[in-house]
Design a protein around this ligand. Structure first.
Ligand SMILES: Cc1ncc(COP(=O)(O)O)c(C=O)c1O
Length: 399
């Protein structure tokens, strides 16, 4: 008996919130019903590694917290409801979630992946999983013909980010999902940059959705985590098995942090988006900024697709300062914006992809996809936007 399939009434969500409910309602209520024993409005942190059993094989649905935990169950219910999946499984980090999806494959399987992904993803693929007989082809996923050409007989998975990290390239999810179905491959979308508030890949044909919950879902830069949202019971079962077998699960405390974070996801995303548009507009008019990568700008080559596929543009922006020296001059001066890795927190985070998130690609790898030494990425937070812009203005003056 595994709790995944038989969680007891007392601790389980009564039933998943219907998808018809609004996003903010689902974020606050799905899986987040008051705790029945006490009426506590917040899901408790079940800090228990094990659960008492009445006799051999007789228990309340929970046996051991690597297999399942009531706080984790609640978060998994919530995130599935937000993405429109049938279930979700949470892991210790975004990378652990990606690794779990790849662990559903077997030696000899082939993966088509975007050529511009978060740097840690190709690092996992090339430096770890390739040693176990998986093969990878990287393509510009904004080019449908290139995607079509990359399929092989053994292709099982198409791994996408849209928009990509950090160059903000989009791909047409509906078209790639159709193509992948023809080739009997599943589509996995890393939806970290948009969050389910602005983009719902399952509704466009994706089979699995991944997030680093470390980012917008948590939203407060105080915990790592990852999730895989499933569209079939088979996927949910396989991933529950991987939680139990490989053990990279999210702790009850960090599950609780995400449960708390998602309650404000809708209002945070609206503010991120509003601030993101204003900062992108400011940067696009700045004479020292050579190029701005933001799908909300009419000059972005996929602005029309962005309007179709996403319900907002978010707050991830990359911009070109011209050189490593220029990037460093400005990054040394920022104050309201914090220089650091990560994204999606309430605070504005500014980073240098070539030496941070995409260092693992090497110079040649970065050159191939267009990540220059002068590129700066900003995750616009929800501070007063005038203060963010004033900070960027004084920092850019150093160039
Ligand atoms: C788009 C994207 N996917 C996945 C990850 C990995 O997530 P984590 O750092 O939680 O392992 C990151 C991290 O920056 C990311 O930006």
């Amino acid at each position: 008996m595994t709790a995944k399939h038989s969680a007891p009434e007392k601790h389980a969500s009564k039933k998943p919130a219907p998808i018809q409910q609004g996003f903010a309602t689902r974020a606050i209520h799905a899986g987040q019903e008051p705790e029945p024993a006490t009426g506590a409005v917040n899901v408790p942190i079940y800090a228990s590694s094990t659960y008492v059993q009445e006799e051999i094989g007789k228990h309340k649905g929970y046996e051991y917290s690597r297999v399942s935990n009531p706080t984790r169950d609640r978060l998994e219910t919530n995130l599935a409801a937000l993405e429109g999946g049938i279930a979700s499984r949470v892991f210790a980090s975004g990378m652990a979630a990606i690794n779990a999806v790849a662990s559903m494959l077997k030696a000899g399987d082939h993966v088509v992946a975007g050529h511009n992904l978060y740097g840690g993803t190709p690092r996992l693929f090339n430096q770890v999983l390739a040693n176990f007989g998986l093969t990878f082809t990287y393509v510009d996923t904004s080019d449908l013909q290139a995607v079509e050409k990359a399929f092989q007989k053994s292709t099982r998975l198409v791994f996408l980010e849209t928009p990509t990290n950090p160059l903000m390239e989009l791909c047409d999810l509906r078209a790639i999902a159709e193509l992948s179905r023809k080739h009997h491959a599943e589509v996995v979308v890393d939806n970290t940059f948009m969050s389910p508030f602005f983009q719902r890949p399952i509704s466009l044909g994706a089979d699995l959705v991944i997030h680093s919950t470390t980012k917008f879902l948590n939203g407060h830069s105080d915990g790592l985590g990852g999730v895989v949202v499933c569209t079939t019971p088979e996927q949910a079962q396989k991933l529950a098995f991987l939680q139990k077998a490989a053990g990279a699960i999210l702790s009850p405390f960090e599950c609780w942090l995400v449960l708390r974070g998602v309650k404000t996801l809708a209002v945070r995303m609206l503010q991120h988006d509003s601030n993101g548009r204003k900062v992108a507009d400011y940067l696009s008019k700045h004479k020292k900024v050579r190029k701005v990568f933001y799908p909300g700008l009419p000059a972005h080559p996929q602005h029309e697709l962005a309007k179709l596929q996403m319900s907002g543009f978010g707050s991830m922006i990359a911009f070109e300062t011209g050189s490593l020296a220029n990037a460093n001059k400005m990054l040394r001066k920022v104050g309201v914006c914090s220089l650091g890795e990560s994204l999606g927190g309430v605070e504005t985070l500014i980073s240098h992809p070539a030496t941070m998130t995409h260092a693992a690609l090497g110079e040649e790898g970065r050159r191939k996809i267009g990540i220059t030494d002068g590129l700066v990425r900003i995750s616009v937070g929800i501070e007063d936007v005038e203060d963010i812009i004033a900070d960027l203005d004084q920092a850019l003056a150093a160039i």
